[in-house]
Design a protein around this ligand. Structure first.
Ligand code: F3S
Length: 394
């Protein structure tokens, strides 16, 4: 059986298992699980076999972060052996026609997103992108696995079930967020975690009380946390998501206190002031976009050289923006380490052996699994700077 037949067979089996109403044509696909750290030699061989057979993707297909910054892998601390294996994975994918985006945010932030319209079907395998896409863009995708997204990319089709069907996009729970409205990626991430922890009932939460606007970073954070901690692939919020509609009636309701979110986000600040926090900070899960990089550069405007270590993970598509490149140049000159194409969860380096702070609730779940390190959650990099005496006397 060749790779195309295998792809068709697997998707038919998936459709049967899910009781799908046939299949739908997809506009694009996004494959994940492509770090050599996840694939190992078995996965690498499988991808090389597919590409040797001349298998090609049938629709535009982007790729999730790989295991290294493709230019700065040495500076990132990745071994030559790993880099060679990762380069072979990338070469096999690219030979199949997969676009080398190496980003978890490309599906909704990259150049293809502007050609997507509400109701379009896609097959994305990055769970944070799935929630962002379904909720904020109004596209339709299930939470694909790496193989099913690749097989959908090869066939151009995906089984029609779950998020592709209207009936599964109706709210299942009303969540009322009491003021204050959450602020910043950490509070929005904690809110997502709290909702997700309710379980199946929170499959499509209708979240009321989030205000009229949110930053891209906040929306990325809640999407990533909902996807990480529960079954949610779509959330509805008035004024923030296109499918929200009027507040539903007759659903179970839960109340989340904005003050509690604020409090749990800020509990480490005292430690920060005493200087007791880890000396490394990690930003960019999901990968940083243009606005995040520019904001960080402004925050560091009056700092000559940072103390401690700050790691930022971003994407090539963000760096295609001149403002982002300017911000990155200024941050690097101050000692901030910035990598693209990858993220620490899927890369052997950095290891964060001495602990790390982050504002990403998603990475607080995955870093213990991938590196055995439990990060401390901090709302802003300002606490880190306080801990390092950066802001003394100001
Ligand atoms: Fe992206 Fe890696 Fe976080 S893929 S969402 S930066 S775990």
């Amino acid at each position: 059986m060749d790779g195309k037949e295998l792809a068709e067979k697997v998707l038919v089996a998936l459709a049967e298992a899910k009781d799908a109403e046939g299949s739908v044509r997809i506009k694009n696909a996004h494959v994940s699980g492509i770090s050599y750290m996840n694939l190992g030699d078995y996965g690498l061989t499988f991808l090389e076999e597919l590409s040797d057979q001349g298998i090609k993707v049938a629709v535009p297909t982007s790729s999730n972060p790989c295991g290294m910054d493709r230019e700065l892998w040495n500076e990132q601390g990745v071994s030559k052996d790993f880099a060679e294996k990762q380069a072979r994975v990338n070469a096999a994918l690219e030979a199949m026609g997969v676009t080398p985006t190496y980003s978890c945010t490309f599906p909704y932030e990259g150049s293809w997103s502007s050609s997507l319209s509400r109701g379009d079907h896609v097959a994305w395998a990055e769970s944070s992108a799935v929630v962002f896409g379904n909720s904020i863009l109004g596209i339709r995708t299930n939470r694909e696995g790496g193989p099913s997204a690749l097989f959908s990319a090869i066939t151009g089709m995906t089984p029609n079930y779950g998020m592709h069907e209207d009936k599964n996009r109706e709210p299942t729970l009303l969540v009322r967020v009491e003021p204050p409205v959450p602020r910043g990626p950490l509070e929005w991430g904690l809110l997502g975690k709290k909702i997700a922890s309710i379980g199946e009932k929170a499959r499509v939460p209708y979240i009321d009380g989030l205000g009229k606007i949110a930053t891209k970073g906040e929306l990325k954070a809640i999407s990533a946390a909902l996807a990480t901690f529960g079954p949610t692939d779509l959330f509805l919020a008035p004024r923030l998501t296109p499918e929200a509609g009027a507040k539903p009636v007759g659903l179970d309701e839960i109340v989340i206190d904005g003050e509690e979110l604020e409090e749990s986000a800020r509990r480490d600040v005292e430690l920060a002031i005493k200087g007791d926090l880890p000396k490394a900070y990690f930003l960019g899960c999901p990968q940083y976009g243009v606005e995040d990089l520019v904001y960080l550069a402004r925050l560091f405007l009056n700092i000559e050289r940072i103390k401690g270590e700050i790691y930022v993970f971003t994407s090539a598509h963000a760096l295609s923006d001149p403002e982002a490149r300017e911000a990155v140049a200024s941050l690097r000159a101050k000692g901030v380490k910035i990598f693209k194409d990858t993220c620490p969860v899927f890369s052997p380096s950095p290891k964060f052996e001495k602990g790390v702070l982050t504002d990403s609730v998603k990475s607080s779940y995955y870093l213990p699994q991938s590196k055995g390190v439990k990060p401390s959650l901090e709302p802003t990099v300002v606490a880190f700077m306080l801990a390092n005496g950066e802001l003394e006397g100001e």
